[in-house]
Design a protein around this ligand. Structure first.
Ligand SMILES: Cc1cc2nc3c(=O)[nH]c(=O)nc-3n(C[C@H](O)[C@H](O)[C@H](O)COP(=O)(O)O)c2cc1C
Length: 204
């Protein structure tokens, strides 16, 4: 733990969380959660959530993803910079998602080093939802000042060549946001050619 970190009282264990096992219900239930109750996430749950990430597909099965679980209050505060994403520091844990290009050796593969961890991250977020946790992707993080990113890398001891992909804030939800709107299928799915609306069971 970083020097000078204030420890919040560690609750016995989280309340009983509502689990969802049907994958389509998990898709529908997931929301970006930005308010969390002050509970600790048991390691068994984190393990299950990260195992779901581990099982994601990757180009050439290179599995370039790496994850750092951050619970240290001081480091969480650092990750919540720059403001106004202060809600991140109230998350019970922050998962820092990284991409390691070394899995590709001299072949490069930087594109997949950044894309594959994103696929794994969605598995992670859905697994968290299935176990009853709330989570929020944080990608704004990526575009921040270079000196800030260097500070994050230094604090977390991330090697220079390893890419910071995104953060996921995770915790026991303290809000139940309404679903945000989504485009209708007709607007985004085409039949055979771009722009030709696809219709499920079209009339003969
Ligand atoms: C790649 C990515 C980056 C995101 N970055 C942020 C972020 O930096 N801060 C934040 O509050 N939400 C962030 N979000 C959450 C989106 O705002 C949210 O997914 C979207 O508004 C839809 O709402 P929903 O997740 O509740 O369905 C991000 C989501 C994704 C997928």
């Amino acid at each position: 733990m970083a020097k000078g970190t204030t420890l919040k009282p560690r609750p016995e264990k989280p309340e009983v969380l509502e689990k969802t096992h049907d994958i389509f219900s998990v898709f529908a239930k997931r929301r970006s959660i930005r308010r969390y109750k002050p509970y600790d996430i048991p390691d068994e749950d984190l393990e299950q959530i990260l195992d779901a990430a581990r099982l994601a597909p990757s180009a050439n099965n290179t599995q370039p993803w790496r994850f750092i679980i951050v619970k240290d209050e001081k480091v969480k505060t650092l990750l919540a910079q720059p403001r106004p994403q202060t809600f991140i520091e109230h998350a019970n844990a922050i998962i820092v998602v990284l991409g390691d290009p070394s899995v590709w050796g001299p072949r490069g593969g930087m594109t997949w080093t950044t894309r594959d961890p994103i696929i794994a991250t969605e598995n992670l977020v859905l697994a968290a939802t299935a176990l009853g946790y709330g989570s929020c992707w944080i990608a704004m993080f990526q575009s921040r000042r270079r000196d800030y990113l260097l500070e994050v890398k230094r604090t977390l001891k991330i090697p220079d060549e390893v890419q910071l992909i995104c953060l996921v804030a995770i915790g026991v939800p303290d809000e139940q946001p309404e679903p945000r709107s989504r485009r209708a299928l007709e607007e985004i799915v085409y039949s055979e050619t771009y722009g030709t609306p696809w219709k499920s069971n079209p009339e003969p």
